[in-house]
Design a protein around this ligand. Structure first.
Ligand code: SF4
Length: 310
């Protein structure tokens, strides 16, 4: 039986309605970021492999689009690092051939030291890499890379990618209280970000329950104050606007709700928008899943998030 490789469309603060495409094993990643929404990395390595055939992914995307769901981006991301997928370039080409929807790549950029990965990633319309550190010490503290992965080698791969890529780079910077929340540190982080010549810099903070208690969000006010220290000035990634309304004819199952929660912690509203379903039905399904112990409730910044149990 085919494994489901797509999720959403989910409302994304940066990509509008984003149809997520999950290409690798759960938490297969060369980093183990302290702020990861997907909990601790269970497979920490940088080996590429083909986990699913291209035709299977394209077929699943086609089926979702045929439902009439709004899709602003086809987003390669999911529950691990998508550049670990061995047929990344071929898949991006196939998506371009079949659909008239821009392809976005969410990546930590760690594999950009490999010319083959750079060439494949460069076929995406927009690449959204992450930069959260400014030196080796902060790289190890925040991103916890595989053994032997140095910060300068990481930066070198990212810079090489920028030099050869003609598309858009939107750099995400995750700011954390007590780690990257003061002007001295931000100046150093901004200097590293400038080396990558991104088209946009977008500041984020862990508003959803993170992998560890070490990742503490900073306030919007502090973020706004720090944004001007970047060049170009950074954007504070705004909360996605409230949806206009969900389709009362859509009925959700606990399986659909659980699939969405498996990808990332969500509020009831997030799930309702992603599945285009009435929030009341989603809330009922969430209550059942909590009662069965398959998900748990976690309050973050006064909001109720649902996530997988630890
Ligand atoms: S945040 Fe992204 S790069 Fe970091 S551990 Fe999670 S999946 Fe990997």
């Amino acid at each position: 039986m085919e494994k489901n490789r797509i999720y959403g469309p989910v409302p994304s603060r940066r990509l509008g309605f984003s149809l997520g495409i999950d290409l690798v094993e759960y938490k297969h990643c060369p980093l183990d970021c302290i702020y990861c929404q997907l909990k601790r990395t269970t497979r920490l390595d940088a080996s590429r492999e083909t986990t699913v055939e291209i035709e299977e992914v394209v077929g699943q995307v086609a089926a979702k689009i045929a439902t009439g769901a709004r899709v602003d981006h086809l987003t390669l991301g999911g529950s691990g690092e998508p550049t670990l997928y061995g047929q990344l370039g071929g898949l991006i080409d196939a998506l371009h051939e079949r659909f008239d929807i821009p392809v976005a790549l969410l990546t930590n950029g760690v594999l950009f030291g490999d010319p083959a990965v750079r060439a494949e990633a460069a076929r995406a319309d927009v690449v959204l890499p992450s930069l959260d550190a400014w030196d080796q010490e902060s790289f190890e503290l925040v991103n916890r890379p595989i053994a032997g992965m140095g910060f300068e080698a990481f930066m070198d791969g990212m810079i090489r990618f920028r030099q050869q890529y003609r598309g858009l780079i939107w750099l995400e910077v995750m700011l954390l209280a007590g780690i990257s929340d003061n002007p001295d540190v931000i100046s150093r982080l901004a200097a590293q970000a400038a080396r990558l010549k991104p088209d946009r810099i977008q500041l984020n903070t862990p508003v959803r329950p993170p992998a560890t208690d070490l990742a503490i969000p900073i306030s919007r006010q502090t973020m706004t104050m720090l944004a001007d220290l970047f060049k170009p000035p950074a954007e504070v990634t705004a909360d996605f606007p409230e949806p206009a309304g969900n389709d009362p004819e859509t009925h959700v199952t606990t399986v659909q709700v659980l699939e969405t929660i498996t990808r990332r912690p969500c509020t009831a509203r997030d799930v309702a928008v992603g599945l285009n379903a009435p929030e009341g039905e989603v809330s009922a399904a969430l209550r059942i899943l909590v009662g069965e112990g398959r998900i748990v409730l976690s309050v973050q910044d006064g909001k109720d998030y649902f996530k997988l149990p630890a």
